[in-house]
Design a protein around this ligand. Structure first.
Ligand SMILES: Cc1cc2nc3c(=O)[nH]c(=O)nc-3n(C[C@H](O)[C@H](O)[C@H](O)COP(=O)(O)OP(=O)(O)OC[C@H]3O[C@@H](n4cnc5c(N)ncnc54)[C@H](O)[C@@H]3O)c2cc1C
Length: 416
């Protein structure tokens, strides 16, 4: 039942329609959002679109604030900026992403075979706890889980199964349509108790009973392992989150240049026609299937979603900029990027800056390939990111207290 696919927007048109349908119901979100029920109608299900910026956080917030008084939609706006907060937090501490990336293969190489077999069984929905296994199957089938189900399942993985958080986060990364290096990695760290030292999130049977559709708990197999007094926090390594570094200084718009320009589209921001690049006159537009994670790592729904959002972005960009735009399917990013520069005769490349994660990991390669051909790579940062990411220096609540009055007043700079 829970694996019934709710439709997840993979085009800007579908995302805007979903947003428009969600806005009238948004005042009920605060009270209803924790409820986990088939169809997930209490939440927006916009994350697979927001993740790739088919629509912007600023657009979603503006739609809510344009239709309702701030207090009526405060909870919803606050959740939207949780995403912004995680993005900024990781951008100021890229080492956390690098550590996560290297931990996964290291754990796979060093853990006992029995631990790895258990991790694979839990991920495949064979833990023996029926409710958790239903969530695992839903994730595999649809690429989505409700936020509360993500919290329960991650907590089950870490605090009940006592499996390493990094392997659970890697499983989500490969399956979630909205898989995001910041929101995913940092949410797993938060459940583990690493993000806010001393605070863990514990899955509890009473909490499931309060918020889950009763049908999901109809099969009681294994539920006793989630009994409130039974679940206790897994031991934590004695590490604190690293201190925040500076945000790299990037221009707000591309410098004017007579150069023959290529526009690089990537999955961190697939809305080039809106914002700082809208006046660009590109000679060529390209997206790369190999920019980021390789297909072999990703689940079929996640691969299909990525292909759909890239294709949608190319179609919109071609129409908006009056220039051909295509996805290069070649598996070797460096070769494809170099071939694009040469075949299009480019003199510079412009892109919206990717955030810390798989696309940004390719920047050194992209720069080297471009420089070898005498081509400059220019990255531009959106106003929302430039203004808000540097505020993610401490916990979420100081961030929110800074932002709350500015959002309530709909400060123009945030929405430019
Ligand atoms: C272990 C774990 C892993 C997660 N991994 C991801 C991930 O990879 N990508 C991702 O986008 N979110 C992730 N989240 C956050 C959250 O679960 C999803 O953003 C949310 O469930 C998406 O569904 P929705 O669009 O219906 O959300 P809604 O409740 O309708 O919220 C609207 C929008 O606000 C943002 N948002 C809402 N809640 C959160 C949150 N807690 N953190 C950050 N942004 C939020 C999303 O962009 C979402 O689309 C994770 C949470 C947990 C506990």
């Amino acid at each position: 039942m829970f694996s019934t696919a709710a439709a997840f927007p993979a085009t800007r048109t579908a995302a805007l329609a979903r947003l428009a349908a969600f806005v009238p119901a948004a005042p009920r979100y605060g009270a209803e959002r924790n409820r986990v029920a088939p169809g997930h109608n209490a939440v927006s299900r916009l994350s697979p679109a927001i993740r790739h910026r088919l629509i912007l956080e600023a657009e979603a917030a503006a739609a809510l604030l344009g239709a309702h008084a701030f207090p009526a939609v405060e909870k919803c706006v606050q959740e939207i900026v949780w995403r912004t907060y995680w993005k900024g937090w990781l951008e100021l501490r890229p080492q956390v992403w690098a550590d996560f990336k290297s931990a996964v293969p290291a754990l796979r190489a060093s853990l006992p075979a029995a631990t790895l077999a258990r991790a694979d069984a839990v991920a495949a929905g064979r833990s023996g706890v029926a409710a958790m296994d239903a969530f695992a199957r839903e994730l595999a089938a649809t690429g989505y889980l409700h936020n509360h189900a993500r919290m329960w399942w991650a907590s089950f993985w870490i605090h009940v199964e006592r499996l390493p958080w990094e392997l659970g986060a890697d499983h989500f990364r490969r399956h979630l349509l909205d898989a995001d290096p910041a929101a995913n990695t940092l949410s797993w760290r938060w459940v583990a108790g690493l993000q806010t030292p001393g605070k863990t999130y514990l899955v509890r049977r009473s909490n499931l009973a309060a918020w889950c559709d009763p049908a999901l708990l109809a099969d009681p197999a294994g539920l006793d392992r989630l009994d409130d007094p039974v679940v206790s926090a897994a031991p934590l390594p004695a590490t604190r989150p690293p201190a925040a570094g500076p945000l790299a200084d990037l221009p707000a718009t591309p410098p004017a240049a007579p150069a023959r320009t290529g526009l690089w589209l990537h999955e961190d921001d697939l809305l080039p026609e809106l914002g700082p690049l809208s006046d660009l006159r590109p000679a060529s537009i390209a997206a790369f299937a190999a920019a980021g994670e390789t297909d072999a790592e990703l689940s079929p729904p996640r691969r299909a979603h990525l292909a759909a959002v890239r294709a949608d972005a190319c179609a919109r960009a071609a129409a908006a900029f009056g220039c051909a735009a295509a996805v290069d399917p070649a598996p070797d990013f460096a070769a494809a990027f170099g071939a694009w520069i040469e075949s299009a005769g480019l003199q510079r490349i412009v892109a919206l800056a990717p955030a810390v994660g798989p696309v940004a990991d390719l920047l050194p390669v992209a720069r080297t390939v471009a420089a070898a051909r005498g081509v400059e790579l220019v990255l531009v940062r959106r106003a929302w990111d430039r203004l808000l990411w540097p505020l993610a220096r401490a916990g979420f609540f100081p961030f929110w207290e800074n932002l709350r009055p500015r959002l309530a007043a709909r400060e123009a700079a945030l929405f430019s």
